[in-house]
Design a protein around this ligand. Structure first.
Ligand SMILES: Nc1ncnc2c1ncn2[C@@H]1O[C@H](COP(=O)(O)OP(=O)(O)OP(=O)(O)O)[C@@H](O)[C@H]1O
Length: 607
C-alpha cells in the first residue's frame, strides 16, 4: 500500500522568528537574549520560587534564637505557653513553607527546562539546515547533530545553576548579613569576606579544572571517532582479516581517554578537598567567634545557636554552588563552541530584495563565470555558454573536468566568484533559493535517501502527493516491481542512505522522485550509471518521456546514454573544448570522437 507522507506539525521556534533572525553567537549573550525574549515570566517565577524557599530557610535561625531564649529564660509553668510555642511555630512554619516554595519552583522548572531545550534545538536546527552544501561537506553530520543537542542540554543546565544555586547563595549571604549583622557586625563581615574569597577561589580552580575536563572530552570524541570509523568499515576489516589490528587501534584511543580521566579525577579530588576544608574552617571560625562572644557576655546562647544554624545553611548552599561551578563553566564552553560552529554566517543567502524565479521557458545561460572552491582549487575561468529552452544537453569529459560543479552552480550550491548564471533572463543570485530549487529537479550521482519508507522517499519531491501520484512516478521509473516484491511494499524502510536497496534501485527511486517533482529544468548526474543495460534501456524510454518539454542537462560517462541529446558539451579542465550533436562531434573527429571509439564498456578513461 502506498502511504501518503505524514507531516507532524507542532509549533516550533524557527530562527527567523527569534530576534529578527539575529542569534547571538556567544553563550552568555545567547542565553540572556533567549531567556529575556522567550522565558521572561517563567524566569521571574523561578527566581521568586528560589527566593521564597531560601529566604524563609535563612530566617529560620532567627526564630530558633527566640525559641532557645524562650526555653532558657521564659516562664515554663504553662506547658503550652505562647512564649515558647510561637517561635516554635515560626521555625516549623519556615521549614514547611520553604519546602513548599522549593516544590513549586521544581514544578515551574518542569515546564521551563524541557521547553527551553526544545526551542533551542529547533531554533538552531532551522539555522543549521540553511547552510550551503559546502558547509556540510566540511563538517561531519554526526558532529553537527551532537552540537545542536549539546546546545539544548547546556542552556538548560546553565539556567538551572544561574537561577537556583547562584540565586540561593546570593540570597543567603544578603539575608544572613542583615540577620546577624544588625547586632553583631563582625559576623557579617567574616561571612561576606569569606564568601567572596571562596567563590573567587572556586571559580579559579574550576577554570583550571576545565582544561583537564576538555582534554578528557577530546579524548572521548577521538576514541568514539576511531570506533565509528572502524565500525563503518567493518566489511573492509573483515575482508582484510584486520580485527586484531583494529582492536589495537581502538585500545590505543581508549587508553588516552583513560589517562585523561585519571588526571581529571586527581585534580577534582584535590580541588574538592581544598574547598571542603575551607568550608569547614569557615564554620569552625564562626562557631568559635560565637562561643567567645557568649563567654564574654556579649551574646546570649540563643544567638550562638542562630550563628551555628546560619553558618550551616551557608555551608550547604555554597557547597551546592561549588559542586556545580565546574559544570557551569563546562556547559558555558560547550554552548560557546556549539554556537560558534552552527551560527557561522550562511555562505549563500537570498538577497534582501530577492524575488521568486519565474520559469517560463527554461533557458539557462552562463555569462563569464569564474569559480574556485573554498580551498582555492580553480574549476572555471570565464566560462560562457547558453542552453536554449527545452534543449537536451549531454555533458561529458574526463573525471575532475568540472561537470558536477557546473550543475551544482546552476542549483546555487556554490556561488561563482565572478560572472553570473541566468535562467530565463533572471540572475539566479537575485532570486529566492526556494523558488530556484523548485524550478530545478536533480537525479544526483549518489541518490540521497532517508531512512524512511520508500513511499516517503519518493513523495519527498511533493509533500502533498497522494498514493496514486507516488505509484505512477514509481511505475514510470521502473520501481514498482521491486517495491511490491518486498513484504511491506511501499512502506518498506530503506536503511541509512538507502543501504537496503541495490545501487540500481536507489537510482530508480531517485528518478521517480525527480519525475514527481515535475520541474521545468532537469539535471541528471550519472543518473543511470548503476543500472544494468536492460533496465537502463527501459528507463531511458521513461526518461525521454520525462525530458519532453523540459530543459535537460545530463552528465554521463557512458556516452551511449547521451548520444541522442540535442547537443553535447565536451568539458576538460573547466573549459568547453567541443560542442555539437553526437554526429557532428564524431565528424569533427576530435576528443569526443576519440573517446567514443575507445569506449570499452561505455566509460571514460581517467586522465
Ligand atoms: N568541495 C570541493 N572542494 C574542493 N575541490 C573540489 C570540491 N568538489 C570538487 N572539487 C574539485 O573540483 C574539480 C571538479 O570536480 P567535479 O566533481 O566537478 O568533476 P567531475 O567532472 O564531475 O568529475 P567526475 O566525473 O569524476 O564526477 C576537481 O578537481 C575536484 O577535485
Amino acid at each position: 500500500m502506498v502511504r501518503p507522507m505524514t507531516m507532524p506539525v507542532p509549533p516550533f521556534l524557527h530562527y527567523r522568528d527569534f530576534n529578527g533572525g539575529h542569534i547571538p553567537r556567544t553563550a552568555l549573550a545567547f542565553l540572556a537574549r533567549f531567556l529575556l525574549s522567550r522565558f521572561r515570566w517563567r524566569i521571574v517565577a523561578l527566581v521568586l520560587g528560589t527566593l521564597g524557599g531560601i529566604g524563609l530557610m535563612t530566617l529560620e535561625p532567627l526564630f530558633l534564637r527566640d525559641l532557645v531564649e524562650a526555653l532558657r529564660l521564659g516562664d515554663l509553668s504553662d506547658p503550652w505557653t505562647p512564649a515558647v510555642w510561637t517561635p516554635f511555630g515560626l521555625v516549623a512554619g519556615a521549614w514547611v513553607i520553604s519546602a513548599t516554595f522549593n516544590r513549586v519552583r521544581e514544578i515551574i522548572d518542569i515546564h521551563t527546562s524541557p521547553q527551553l531545550r526544545y526551542e533551542v534545538q529547533t531554533c538552531l536546527f532551522s539555522y543549521l539546515i540553511e547552510h550551503s552544501p559546502e558547509y556540510f561537506h566540511r563538517n561531519f553530520a554526526g558532529r553537527l547533530a551532537q552540537k545542536v543537542k549539546q546546545a539544548g542540554q547546556s542552556t538548560a543546565a546553565l539556567l538551572s545553576v544561574a537561577f537556583n544555586e547562584m540565586v540561593r547563595v546570593v540570597a543567603v549571604v544578603v539575608i544572613g548579613f542583615f540577620v546577624v549583622g544588625h547586632d553583631h557586625p563582625q559576623f557579617a563581615a567574616v561571612m561576606l569576606g569569606w564568601t567572596i574569597a571562596f567563590v573567587a577561589a572556586a571559580v579559579m580552580l574550576s577554570r583550571r579544572c576545565l582544561a583537564l575536563s576538555r582534554e578528557f572530552s577530546n579524548q572521548m570524541s577521538a576514541s568514539t571517532g576511531t570506533m565509528v570509523d572502524v565500525i563503518g568499515n567493518a566489511d573492509v576489516v573483515l575482508s582484510f582479516a584486520r580485527a586484531p589490528h583494529e582492536c589495537l587501534q581502538v585500545a590505543r584511543a581508549v587508553l588516552g581517554e583513560r589517562d585523561a580521566s585519571i588526571r581529571l579525577r586527581w585534580f577534582l579530588t584535590l580541588m574538592w578537598a581544598v574547598l571542603y576544608t575551607a568550608l569547614v574552617l569557615f564554620q569552625i571560625v564562626m562557631i568559635a567567634l560565637a562561643v567567645r562572644e557568649t563567654v564574654l557576655g556579649r551574646m546570649v546562647v540563643g544567638e550562638t545557636v542562630m550563628v551555628v544554624s546560619l553558618s550551616a545553611i551557608l555551608f550547604n548552599n555554597i557547597w551546592g554552588l561549588a559542586a556545580r561551578m565546574l559544570e557551569f563553566l563546562e556547559e558555558l564552553g560547550v554552548l560557546d563552541s556549539a554556537l560558534d560552529s552552527i551560527l557561522s554566517p550562511h555562505a549563500i543567502v537570498d538577497a534582501a530584495e530577492a524575488r521568486r524565479l519565474e520559469v517560463s521557458e527554461g533557458a539557462i545561460g552562463f555569462e563569464h563565470v569564474s569559480f574556485r572552491h573554498l580551498d582555492g582549487n580553480p574549476v572555471f575561468d570565464d566560462l560562457s555558454f547558453r542552453v536554449r529552452p527545452g534543449e537536451k544537453i549531454g555533458l561529458v569529459g574526463p573525471s575532475g573536468a568540472g561537470k558536477s560543479t557546473l550543475v551544482r552552480l546552476i542549483q546555487r550550491h556554490y556561488q561563482p566568484q565572478s560572472g553570473r548564471i541566468v535562467i530565463d533572463g533572471q540572475d539566479i543570485a537575485a532570486v529566492t533559493r526556494l523558488s530556484l530549487n523548485e524550478a530545478v529537479a536533480e537525479v544526483p550521482q549518489q541518490p540521497g535517501l532517508f531512512h524512511r519508507s520508500i513511499a516517503e522517499n519518493i513523495g519527498y519531491a511533493r509533500l502533498d502527493a497522494g498514493p496514486e501520484a507516488i505509484r505512477a512516478a514509481s511505475t514510470q521509473a521502473h520501481c514498482h516491481g521491486f517495491i511490491t516484491r518486498r513484504p511491506e511494499g511501499y512502506d518498506s524502510l530503506v536503511g541509512e542512505h538507502g543501504i537496503q536497496l541495490s545501487g540500481g534501485e536507489r537510482q530508480r527511486v531517485a528518478i521517480a522522485r525527480a519525475l514527481l517533482k515535475d520541474s521545468r529544468i532537469l539535471i541528471l548526474d550519472e543518473a543511470t550509471s548503476a543500472l544494468d543495460s536492460e533496465t537502463e534501456a527501459h528507463i531511458r524510454e521513461a526518461l525521454w518521456q520525462l525530458f519532453e518539454g523540459r530543459t535537460v542537462i545530463a552528465i554521463a560517462h557512458r556516452l551511449s546514454t547521451i548520444s541522442r541529446m540535442d547537443r553535447i558539451l565536451y568539458l576538460e579542465g573547466g573549459r568547453i573544448l567541443e560542442e555539437g550533436s553526437h554526429d557532428a562531434l564524431l565528424a569533427l573527429n576530435g576528443r569526443y570522437a576519440s573517446l567514443w571509439r575507445h569506449q570499452a564498456g561505455g566509460f571514460l578513461p581517467e586522465t
